[in-house]
Design a binder for this molecule. Structure first.
Ligand code: R5P
Length: 268
């Protein structure tokens, strides 16, 4: 609970001596959660836990991976440093790896990056006939290609320019030869929704059908759902890395084997 002044209070009745403990937190809106997680990890250790791992299906603070403007704080590094100091290992799904290629570049603990691509691909294969997978920007090539392979269909990757938090433009090649296809936009994060809307509107202008959009992580900044309610978007859905009504694809089966592998790794 919180003290009246808003500070955290924790008390645990269980005995954690010699236990391998896994904390599961989707880290959506991390500022609220991170402090509590760090306290809990330290407390569990003090209570005798043998290991304390973090399973964060959505890993926050990965997008500020460079100083875009002079004076900007590269928050991804400091967040990684805090988590690395508190936990024995980290398991996550499709973290935003753009300028970093591996979590090891900033996380100092054993870590496991899982991918939702095969599960999304299987979903598309069974539910969306004649799909054409589209990635809205260069970094989406990594999962658009994997999703297309699992769905056994073609894919295109476009080029995005972000001019502000809520201002993006997407340049696309001529997709008119795909007029009969059902465009399926696949992105890792849906935050403001602008990336998906810009891409979907471009596709409709080019003569394609309204797109079905799939996001791995429905971060959904304020106003995102209204933004996504756009005629260029036929429907949109997400994986359950962050709980939301749009969760249509269950990724939970990925987690248990990864946790087991991490626990084995830290025992060695
Ligand atoms: C950024 O490069 C990511 O892959 C997503 O495209 C981006 O985070 C989506 O953000 P938004 O929904 O605000 O356009």
């Amino acid at each position: 609970r919180l003290f009246p002044d808003g500070e955290h209070y924790y008390r645990m009745d269980e005995d954690f001596t010699h236990q391998d403990v896994v904390l599961l937190s989707h880290l959506h809106q991390p500022n609220e959660k991170a402090v509590g997680l760090l306290f809990l990890a330290g407390h569990l250790r003090d209570m005798g836990a043998k290991s304390v791992g973090l399973v964060a299906p959505y890993l926050a603070y990965m997008r500020q991976d460079i100083r875009f403007k002079e004076g900007e704080c590269i928050t991804s590094r400091y967040f990684a440093s805090l988590i690395s100091g508190a936990f024995d290992y980290l398991v996550t799904i499709d973290p935003h790896l753009h300028r970093y290629h591996r979590l090891d570049e900033i996380y100092r603990i054993p870590n496991c990056t899982l991918h939702a691509t095969d599960i999304i691909g299987e979903y598309i294969k069974h539910k969306i006939p004649n799909a054409l997978i589209i990635g809205p920007d260069a970094e989406s090539a990594q999962w658009a290609g994997g999703v297309a392979e699992a769905a056994q269909c073609e894919f295109l990757v476009f080029e995005k320019t972000r001019k502000g938090d809520r201002d993006v433009s997407v340049a696309m090649p001529d997709p008119s030869c795909y007029a009969d296809a059902q465009p399926v936009l696949v992105d890792d994060i849906i935050s403001t929704g602008r990336t998906l809307v810009e891409t979907a509107e471009g596709l409709v202008e080019a003569g394609l059908r309204p797109a079905i959009c799939i996001g791995v992580h429905p971060v959904l900044a304020e106003g995102a759902e209204a933004t996504l309610n756009n005629p260029a978007i036929a429907s949109w859905l997400s994986c359950n890395t962050i709980p939301h009504a749009s969760n249509a694809i269950d990724i939970s089966d990925l987690l248990a084997p990864a946790i087991k592998a991490m626990m084995t790794e830290i025992m060695l």
